[in-house]
Design a protein around this ligand. Structure first.
Ligand code: AMP
Ligand code: MG
Length: 307
């Protein structure tokens, strides 16, 4: 159910959230599926509607940094890290305060909470009106490609109101950074690249929901393919390649801009996930900066492992 983001619609959406209903809203990364984080029933409904495993915790959204400081401990060593990245597409995993109103479903029963302040004006306005933390995973069915426009959300959840803020400017999810350790540690690379240690693959992931297979279209995805194949759609990057959806071709960024490629990646995976194509192939992408986040999403889209 698409809603134009008029002042009345924002007011109504905030009211419904406070009453324990689900509302989808745009952020600078992807569209979120929000529920009041203090409301057990509403949070349970997020897991049910997404088909999300209960062990995969949710990121809590706040309108300002001042707001999340009431819910999590801020380690003195990480104050400046938080100051730098709090409104920049980064989610922080922090120790949850002992006395808390946050539903234990949000944290999957754990002792940490992932917090984030979106910079998108509609998200901010909505969160300000609600005045309480809102848990919001991406507004897609679990394992599927995240939504980057209101139509994508409407397709998966036609009965849930979605505030239509147009296409997301970022296009991939937030970076998730663990701040419970002496050094900030990246659990999931994302839109922005903070200076932090990447998690080594041998280390047990502290982000329990990071499954090998994720963000996947219906069709199989094959990586590092340089030329289009017969009956398969093909994603390219850089000059000299065209976008022609009927021919199954999508250029993520003709100018070779990785930010633009991030913005278009999920669009490409959705638009090419159509007959008559039997698979989606993608050319090699540069690995610097946000290229690492693109590679992370693509390898999960291509994975056949469901764990
Ligand atoms: P999504 O909101 O669907 O983009 O996914 C949120 C991501 O944040 C998942 O990969 C979760 O595992 C991760 N996450 C959320 N809360 C925590 C937490 N408390 N500790 C570690 N990772 C978390
Ligand atoms: Mg998600």
């Amino acid at each position: 159910m698409k809603w134009q983001p008029t002042p009345d619609a924002l007011e109504k959406a905030a009211q419904l959230l406070k009453e324990g209903k689900l509302i989808s809203f745009p952020t600078e990364t992807v569209y979120g599926l929000g529920a009041l984080a203090e409301n057990d029933v509403a949070v349970t409904e997020i897991f049910r509607r997404k088909g999300r495993p209960a062990k995969n915790p949710l990121i809590c959204h706040f309108s300002h940094r001042n707001q999340f400081e009431d819910f999590v401990e801020i380690p003195a060593d990480h104050k400046s890290f938080i100051e730098t990245y709090w409104e920049k597409g980064v989610s922080f995993v922090l120790p949850l305060k002992k006395e808390t109103l946050i539903s234990s479903k949000v944290t999957a029963g754990g002792s940490t909470l992932a917090v984030r302040v979106p910079s998108h004006p509609l998200a901010k306005e909505l969160l300000e009106k609600v005045g309480k933390p809102v848990s919001a995973p991406s507004a897609n069915k679990s394992m599927k490609v995240s939504p980057t426009c209101a139509e994508d959300v409407d397709e998966a959840f036609p009965d849930i109101p979605v505030l239509d803020g147009g296409a997301c400017t970022g296009g991939i999810e937030s970076s998730v950074v663990d701040l419970t350790t002496p050094q900030p540690k990246i659990l999931r690379p994302g839109l922005v690249f903070p200076e932090a240690d990447p998690t080594s693959s041998s280390e047990e992931l502290k982000s329990p929901g990071l499954l090998s297979k994720h963000y996947a279209p219906e069709r199989p995805v094959f990586l590092n393919i340089t030329e289009p194949r017969i009956n398969q759609a093909h994603i390219t990057f850089g000059p000299g390649k065209k976008t022609d959806l009927e021919a199954g071709l999508f250029n993520l960024s003709p100018s070779g801009d990785l930010q633009e490629a991030a913005r278009n990646l999920y669009r490409a995976l959705r638009d090419l996930d159509q007959p008559p194509f039997k698979a989606i192939t993608i050319c090699p992408l540069p690995q610097e900066g946000i290229g690492q986040a693109l590679q992370d999403r693509l390898s999960r889209a291509a994975s056949k492992v469901n764990t």
